[in-house]
Design a protein around this ligand. Structure first.
Ligand code: DX5
Ligand code: ZN
Length: 244
């Protein structure tokens, strides 16, 4: 556990150096990234202000194109509005085909982290390089069936790996238990390669399973329904940090 804390501390120092991330995670708790997909879009300003007040570290934006995933979420005008309201870094998860076409646009919109899907990138190394050249942190996301071993040759290039613990496309799905083994396998790969990549886990995270997810090796968790469908979202974010 002590090793985990040291590694998290080092990773966060590097993150802080790269982008203006707030000085969070003093207690070496996982970074919490509430997913706006579960927010009330009729009162988006209210929800973003709640996140600004809360202990959330990032705001997770799920961008879906109806092609890579069977759902369409929101796009550029919404991101622009959120950027103007948010005091937190924008953790942007692209569930779209050919994400390389929009890297510069997402930078201009003010995204801090840009994560593309392994399955959507024919030239993943090039796409990751382009994201970093735009001075954003570069992440790669893996669907639940995609072998972790496919990351071996890119693990030293990425800032973050997003382990999908549900099939991407919708909030409110059940956590796939097998993901815990995948997180541990990825942690082992990161340490073996002396990589600085953070592990973020996305899908079905809640107060009942967050401790196991962090124990398996996660540095950051996304939580949509668990936060926004709770009676007190701000308190839930605080509890998610405490429970891990
Ligand atoms: C699913 C998205 C997730 C989702 C998480 O495709 O990538 O970020 O919003 O929502 P919950 O936490 O409700 O599973
Ligand atoms: Zn997501």
């Amino acid at each position: 556990m002590e090793r985990l804390y040291i590694r998290q501390f080092l990773c966060l120092c590097i993150f802080k150096f790269c982008v203006p991330l707030p000085p969070k995670n003093n207690q070496m708790k996982p970074l919490i990234a509430p997913s706006l997909l579960s927010a009330d879009f009729g009162h988006l300003e209210k929800d973003v202000q709640m996140l600004n007040r809360s202990q959330a570290d990032w705001i997770h934006l799920d961008i879906m194109d109806g092609v890579f995933v069977p759902n369409i979420s929101f796009g550029m005008p919404v991101i622009k509005a959120v950027r103007q309201l948010s005091e937190k870094p924008l953790d942007t998860h692209l569930m779209i085909v050919q994400p390389e076409r929009y890297i510069h646009t997402f930078k201009e919109l003010g995204c801090d982290l840009l994560t593309v899907h392994w399955e959507a990138c024919t030239h993943l190394h090039r796409t990751i390089t382009q994201i970093k050249e735009e001075d954003m942190l570069a992440g790669v996301a893996l669907n639940p069936h995609t072998p972790i071993s496919g990351l071996e040759d890119i693990i030293n290039e990425v800032n973050l790996v997003l382990i999908m613990s549900v099939n991407p496309g919708f909030g409110g799905q059940k956590f796939i238990e097998r993901s815990l083994h995948r997180i541990s396998e990825l942690r082992e790969m990161i340490e073996r390669n002396h990589s600085e990549a953070l592990i973020e886990v996305d899908g079905g995270v809640n107060p009942d399973n967050i401790a196991a997810i962090v124990k398996a090796g996660a540095d950051a968790v996304v939580a949509g329904n668990a936060v926004f469908k709770s009676d007190d979202p701000e308190l839930t974010i605080q509890n998610l940090k405490k429970l891990s």
